[in-house]
Ligand binder design. Sequence first.
Ligand code: GDP
Ligand code: FE
Ligand code: FE
Ligand code: FE
Length: 195
Amino acid sequence: MVFKETFSPLSSDEIIAKEKANMDDNRFEHCVRVSETARKLAKLNNYDEDKAALAGFVHDYAKQVPVEEYRQVIKDEGFDPDLLNWNRAIWHGIVGTYFIKRDLKITDPEILQAVWRHTTADVEMTTLDKIVFMADYIEPGRSFDGVEEARKITFKNLDEGVGYQLAHTLEFLIENRNKVYPRTLQAYNVWSIKK
Ligand code: GDP
Ligand code: FE
Ligand code: FE
Ligand code: FE
């Protein structure tokens, strides 16, 4: 795997090595598959394939950073203090951008925004935001009920894929009586309602 443009002073090999060192093998393989799926979705949607592949690769860079480190960074680096009421599922996108800037030296705002939004989505989503959000959901290693339909819809129409994922994630969260992050709900209201 090579990223032709790394959007960073680090080389492709250095980024890959840092990512590998920051997570277990299963998570790393997931990131590789998200990268490949993002490349495919980029091609289908006339987006820069290398940029999408890199964004997909780094999207979960900070997924396994220790909770205490997250709490410290949220307090010290100017993140919304309400984030302290959430957990790593929510932090690793939003606050993950801090670690990606710090360790991988990626500063491209579009890549960082796509990582920021990859778990919760948002009311406004760029093409890259949607590509990473959907690649994460439909990469070949995913096996939940409905994943085949999600893939079919997403490869046909990226926006409809976003709506499908948000509706199903919300269903899942409510089914399990989990807390819904307000932005996830706001995104649902934009992307999933029947027109
Ligand atoms: P992953 O990092 O590849 O496992 O995938 P994601 O970053 O998309 O999701 C991480 C977890 O966050 C999933 O289990 C989602 O169900 C969960 N999640 C997404 N939105 C919300 C939300 O609004 N509230 C809560 N509590 N969890 C959420
Ligand atoms: Fe994630
Ligand atoms: Fe996701
Ligand atoms: Fe992921």
